[in-house]
Write a protein that binds this ligand. Structure first.
Ligand code: FAD
Ligand code: UDP
Length: 374
């Protein structure tokens, strides 16, 4: 018997919305449901005093994949925002990612050779200790990459606040995401393309879901049997452990609490992102949202500003699950769910919750584009 829809898409985040968009282009009938009161998942923005506030954390789109960039820019126009965060260590300000501006401020060095010489002298000890072996944890990896001054001022305490664990108990790969450059370049990303949709991310979601039937405030699990009956296939972007009734246990996450404040000044911190890298402040970052979309003197067109302080904490049920914890216990637990998922014929699992994997936005889109190419 033919069902009402070709696809029921559970979750209207970037994975679900992109999937629905591409399926509709192939004349498939889709229904998108989301348990939140709005569409867009974690890229959703709320308009507050003329400013698009990134409700689930600051989102900067960046990619080197031309097809992904062409896809998103065919839907919405992007601005020229380039992420150049500043680190505040007990009142001292440093440019991120680690580059010649950082080294100049830290040691007064002016040339790449001088900077390399300082870093080499500071990483000697850990190099000798490792004697050619791979760094076993984040602390060793960071000391190897940038030496002790940068590790102690800009990495150690920030990372411990963010992950809630000592650096020598964290995997080395986390810190390898951060660029290290011996040029004067404060661009946080190495990618060719970067920006924010003009008018905010909701425009991207609206363009992706244009003409597609969507229901918000609708939890798949509240009436699972009904939802399973409406479509030939389900695209599930929620939590995979929940889909399987937590039968192998619960996967763990880190979460972030956002403390939002409307400040009666046009320009609070002069930059979109300021990282607080010491334990002195309990928050990791302060985001000033207007800087994502207004540049130069345009910042002063709006007399107020909205900031969010980010507090990273352990996740418990009821909070938003943000960052998967890819340690051995959780990876083993996920692999059991994955085996069940791989055997499903009428359910496609995708996105950061269903795949229990940290994904940036561009790789999510790339993944869905690839699914449709196949
Ligand atoms: P989500 O956006 O989480 O969407 C899943 C949707 O499914 C949600 O709307 C949820 O409500 C819904 N759902 C779940 N369960 C159910 C259910 N049972 N019934 C109905 N609906 C359900 N990426 C970048 O490229 N750049 C950045 O700067 C960046 N910053 C980030 C900052 C933070 C704090 C976080 C957490 C992520 C960041 N990302 C960034 C990553 C980006 O958010 C993800 O790549 C993207 O949102 C993933 O989309 P998704 O569809 O997989 O998941
Ligand atoms: N990091 C740090 N100091 C900073 C910014 C980042 O030590 O000022 C470390 C931290 O361990 C973090 C990792 O670098 O988890 C990756 O940073 P990124 O900004 O990519 O992480 P995100 O916040 O996007 O997860």
């Amino acid at each position: 018997m033919r069902r009402q829809y070709d696809y029921l898409i559970v979750g209207s985040g970037l994975f679900g919305a992109t999937f629905a968009h591409l399926a509709a282009k192939e004349d498939k009938k889709c229904l998108v449901i989301d348990k939140r009161t709005h569409l867009g998942g974690n890229i959703y923005c709320e308009f507050n005093h003329g400013i698009n506030v990134h409700k689930y954390g600051a989102h900067i789109f960046h990619t080197s994949n031309r097809l992904v960039w062409e896809f998103v820019t065919s839907l919405v126009e992007f601005n020229r925002y380039t992420n150049c965060p500043v680190a505040n260590y007990k009142g001292e300000l440093y440019n991120l990612p680690f580059n010649m501006n950082t080294f100049n401020r830290m040691w007064g060095v002016k040339t790449p050779a001088e900077a390399k010489a300082v870093i080499d002298s500071q990483r000697k000890e850990v190099m000798e200790r490792l004697a050619g072996a791979e760094p076993a944890n984040l602390e060793q990896q960071a000391l190897m990459l940038v030496g002790s001054d940068i590790y102690y001022k800009l990495i150690k305490e920030y990372t411990e606040k963010q992950w809630g664990r000592p650096c020598d108990e964290l995997p080395a790969f986390i810190i390898r995401r951060l660029p290290l450059r011996f040029v004067y370049d404060n661009n946080y990303f190495n990618d060719c393309y970067q920006g924010i949709p003009i008018g905010g991310y909701n425009r991207l979601i609206d363009a992706l879901l244009d003409g597609i039937e969507c229901k918000t405030d609708t939890d798949f699990f509240a009436d699972r049997l009904y939802w399973e009956s409406v479509a030939d296939k389900i695209v599930f972007t929620g939590k995979i452990d929940e889909f399987y009734g937590y039968r192998f246990g619960r996967l763990q996450y880190r979460t972030v609490r956002f403390e939002e404040e409307l400040v009666d000044t046009p320009n609070y911190q002069g930059n979109a992102v300021v990282n607080y890298t010491s334990h002195r402040e309990p928050f990791t970052r302060v985001i000033e949202h207007k800087h994502f979309e207004s540049f130069g003197d345009a910042v002063y067109d709006n007399p107020v500003t909205v900031i969010s302080r980010e507090y990273s904490t352990e996740w418990v049920d009821g909070l938003e699950p943000y960052y998967p914890i890819n340690d051995a216990v959780n990876s083993e637990c996920y692999s059991k769910y994955k085996r069940l998922a791989d055997a499903e014929t009428s359910v496609i699992f995708g996105g950061r919750l269903a795949e229990y994997r940290y994904y940036d936005m561009a790789p999510i889109i790339e993944k869905v584009l690839n699914l449709f190419q196949k």
